[in-house]
Write a protein that binds this ligand. Sequence first.
Ligand SMILES: *[C@@H]1O[C@H](CO)[C@@H](O)[C@H](O)[C@H]1NC(C)=O
Ligand SMILES: *[C@@H]1O[C@H](CO)[C@@H](O)[C@H](O)[C@H]1NC(C)=O
Length: 417
Amino acid sequence: MKVKALFYFIFLFMAPLYGSAAARLNMARRNLQVKRHLSRLNKNPIKSIKSPDGDIIDCVHISHQPAFDHPFLKNHTIQMRPNYHPEGVFSGNKQVVKNGVNKPKAITQLWHMKGRCPKGTIPIRRTSEEDVLRASSIKRYGMKKHKNIFRPTSTVSAPEPDLINQNGHQHAIAYVEGDQYYGAKATINVWDPKIQHSNEFSLSQLWILGGSFASDLNSIEAGWQVSPDLYGDNNTRLFTYWTSDAYQATGCYNLLCSGFIQISNEISMGASIHPISGYHNSQYDISILIWKDPQEGNWWMQFGNDHVLGYWPAFLFSYLSDSASMIEWGGEVVNSQSDGLHTTTQMGSGHFPEEGFGKASYIRNIQIVDGSNNLRAPKDIATFTEQSNCYDVQLGKNGEWGNYFYFGGPGRNPNCP
Ligand SMILES: *[C@@H]1O[C@H](CO)[C@@H](O)[C@H](O)[C@H]1NC(C)=O
Ligand SMILES: *[C@@H]1O[C@H](CO)[C@@H](O)[C@H](O)[C@H]1NC(C)=O
């Protein structure tokens, strides 16, 4: 309060030098709000690493992470390993895969070039003042702007047809529904799609969904995204999202609110992925596995073959505290149509599925976790896209890739004006 009063005093005193006192007062109030919000988001680091992309990665003591600001987590004992892993035995910090070869992954995060976070800490991308100021409101920084709710069929609760194209969100996805799901896995090809307007984004991800789309949707999401509004650049970043009320009041990206409990000191949510696939060049992909611990009910996330990132505690959710009723995999972009034409924002590689490997974006080895907590190929995979002339999706199946699909597109083109 004292600081605030002093702040106002300084601005009132100086106002005649710069302009209207009211305007300065508003500015002072906003500055104070931003500072307060930043001090909530950015915890005192033990060490900080400056990434080549300009990010600062703070190594924060594991028990000081944002999750523990949540009143329900005040006395929480961090689970340092899952009780159960659908791929096999979890030993120490490394996953021992039951079936198949544990191939070394070249893919990593850009900040690793400049250092690592010590054990007992977690790497958190520091939020800057500019990050918060780009948001429509300080309070909603890190939350989805609109309800970008997607409903592919009418079997899921009360349909409101206009929701599908609300705010111009466009999808090219594969999905399963009509069963109880306890997790999902996929390997997602990483690209750097061009974004036409800074308020648009392009992402590739999987969604774990429960509840009804209208008001109380529960969703856990993870993948990569390019979002100039959220991060201030066009880099391809690893992200997660969760909500338990259809993107209204709960949830956020990454660690931008309390909820997700991170245990990994190696992977930073919101940090840039490196390297990225090139057209007609080397291809890079990331594996994401999300599964429900059958004992505690928490939802765990693994990145790659051996990075267990952490978990969303079961109490955050209503429907998902039981099981998911739908899983989606694929791409989403915002088509703001600012000049009356379809956006040129790309999805995936910016090329259509028929171009195939090395050119189009893919998601391969699509699996779900079934009622016996086993990973398996899903039955009856369906696809959906609002405008296949803009962004398309094409399913396939073979021995090595299991169930897969190519997806994406350039957005505006002669067939998508
Ligand atoms: C946390 O533990 C303290 C002391 O045991 C107790 O008084 C308090 O009610 C607990 N808080 C929660 C949210 O469980
Ligand atoms: C992102 O890319 C667009 C072109 O695709 C460019 O106009 C814009 O300046 C870039 N933004 C940043 C922050 O680099």
